[in-house]
Design a protein around this ligand. Structure first.
Ligand SMILES: Nc1ncnc2c1ncn2[C@@H]1O[C@H](COP(=O)(O)OP(=O)(O)OP(=O)(O)O)[C@@H](O)[C@H]1O
Ligand SMILES: [Mg+2]
Length: 276
């Protein structure tokens, strides 16, 4: 593959290295994200809502994991726990590395320009002003928003705002990208382009991605592994390794046929929950 990134990782002892599925070198075997018997209950007493039943999940460096499950099954809850926005009720949660979170809504600062929103993430890392400008312009180009840097978020469409949020997430130069249905509001063409950009970023950097989506095809297009959650309270119902060769196309027969197997399983789970 053209991308043998992070050659500095090769400094580690040879006996610690191993090739992953894409043929890249992986040295740090410590999981980036580890959940052991993690639970989450919102509220107390009779009003308590059990959002997550005990969850065991381990995400290694450079894994691209997609979480799928019915609405309300606890996907955002799980992401928020990993992001440290909310504590788990029980169990053990470990996150090794810096995480950037991209929400279901773009959550931009309305008083900053598009470029200002991206530059803020760079400023927080101490990047000097001129370098911030240049990097923000590059990132806006990556998400196909060149020329929009001086606009304010309210002057953009919902999909464009989501692309700014993606540029801002990229700007954080995080080890872990936590993405909560980031592309749900986009048209198919833009979404395909951003899938490509996200995949390139993941491949070229030492990045771990935990990505929530309702769209099983999108999950098969992107993931190394799909984790299917049960309806609330969320538990891991099944895991599917995705071995389809990259680059993948969302409309390819391989992606479609695996997506329909996983969708059937999801449908079964939703039906079982409705009957319970
Ligand atoms: N802050 C909160 N306080 C109380 N209950 C909450 C809170 N956040 C989520 N819940 C409840 O926890 C459950 C899981 O919610 P969550 O947002 O994690 O679902 P989800 O899988 O992300 O759903 P969707 O696919 O619709 O985004 C839901 O029943 C929800 O009502
Ligand atoms: Mg959600």
């Amino acid at each position: 593959m053209s991308s043998l990134p992070a050659l500095d990782l090769l400094d580690a002892p040879a006996n610690g290295t191993e090739n992953d599925l894409a043929g890249r070198f992986v040295t740090d075997r410590r999981p980036r994200i580890s959940l052991q018997q993690v639970t989450k209950v919102y509220g107390h007493g009779s009003g308590a809502v059990a959002a997550l039943d005990p969850i065991d999940l381990s995400v290694r460096p450079r894994d691209f994991v997609c979480l799928v499950g019915a609405s309300g099954c606890g996907k955002s809850t799980l992401l928020n726990l990993v992001a440290g926005l909310d504590p788990p009720t029980g169990g053990r949660l470990e996150v090794n590395g810096r995480a950037a979170l991209m929400f279901q809504e773009s959550a931009l600062f309305p008083w900053l320009t598009v470029s200002g929103n991206v530059e803020l993430a760079l400023r927080l890392q101490g990047v000097p002003r001129m370098a911030r400008r240049t990097r923000a312009a590059e990132l806006l180009h990556t998400v196909h928003l060149e020329g929009f840097g001086r606009k304010r978020p309210h002057e953009l469409s919902g999909g464009m705002r989501q692309r700014v949020a993606l540029a801002r997430a990229f700007a954080q130069d995080a080890d872990i990208l936590l993405m909560d249905e980031p592309f749900g509001a986009l048209d198919a063409m833009t979404r395909d382009l951003l899938h490509d950009e996200l995949e390139a970023l993941w491949r070229d950097r030492d990045l771990t991605v935990l990505f929530v989506t309702h769209n099983v095809r999108e999950a098969v297009r992107l993931a190394d592994r799909i984790v299917l959650l049960t309806s609330r309270p969320g538990r891991i119902e099944a895991e599917f390794p995705i071995d389809i060769e990259r680059p993948r196309r969302i409309e390819s027969p391989e992606v479609s046929s695996l997506a329909s197997v996983i969708t059937d399983r999801l449908r079964e789970e939703v039906r079982r929950h409705a009957d319970a």
